[in-house]
Design a binder for this molecule. Structure first.
Ligand code: DHK
Length: 147
C-alpha cells in the first residue's frame, strides 16, 4: 500500500543555510528536502515550510483528512508557545516525530520547553540536518512494524 508522509517546517526554516550557521549549520531547506526524498523509499513525501502558524495548522488538518501515514514536524519557534498547533497535532492519529536541528535542551530558557513534545510520538534534537533522515528512517520503521 502506498503511504504518504508529511514533513512540515515552521517559521524561519526557509532561511536555513544562512541563518545562524553556528546553530543550524549550512544545509539549506532545499537540500533537506532532497535528503528526505532520498530516504523515502516507496513512500511519498509531502515537504512544506511556512512562516505562518495558521498555515501549519491547515496542513496538519489536511494530513488528517487525507490519511497521511505519519508526520515529521520541525515546528521551530512555534514549539514553545503554540497551543493551537498542539491541539491540531493531538488530532493526528498516527506517529508524529518532532524534530529540531539544534539541541534545544542546551539552549537558552526560551528554547528549552517544547509544548509539541507533549503530543509527539518521538523527539529528535541536535543531529543537525541529518536528523531529518533519521526521523524518516525511524518513522518508516514504525509504520512497517505496525502494518
Ligand atoms: C528551529 C528554530 O527556528 C528554533 O526556534 C527552535 C529549531 C529550534 C531547530 O533547531 O530546528 O528553537
Amino acid at each position: 500500500m502506498s503511504r504518504t508522509i508529511h514533513v512540515l517546517n515552521g517559521p524561519n526554516l526557509d532561511r536555513l543555510g544562512k541563518r545562524e550557521p553556528e546553530i543550524y549549520g549550512r544545509t539549506t531547506l532545499a537540500e533537506i528536502e532532497a535528503l528526505c526524498r532520498a530516504e523515502a523509499g516507496n513512500d511519498s513525501i509531502v515537504f512544506r515550510q511556512t512562516n505562518w502558524e495558521g498555515q501549519l495548522i491547515e496542513w496538519i488538518h489536511e494530513a488528517i483528512d487525507t490519511d497521511a501515514a505519519g508526520l515529521v514536524i520541525n515546528p521551530a519557534g512555534l514549539s514553545f508557545r503554540s497551543i493551537p498547533l498542539v491541539d491540531a497535532l493531538r488530532m493526528f492519529p498516527r506517529p508524529i516525530v518532532e524534530l529540531h536541528i539544534s539541541n534545544i535542551h542546551r539552549r537558552d530558557a526560551l528554547h528549552q520547553h517544547s509544548l509539541v513534545s507533549t503530543v509527539a510520538t518521538a523527539v529528535i534534537a541536535g543531529l543537525g540536518a541529518r536528523g531529518y533522515g533519521v526521523a524518516l528512517r525511524a518513522l518508516r520503521d514504525m509504520l512497517d512494524e505496525a502494518a
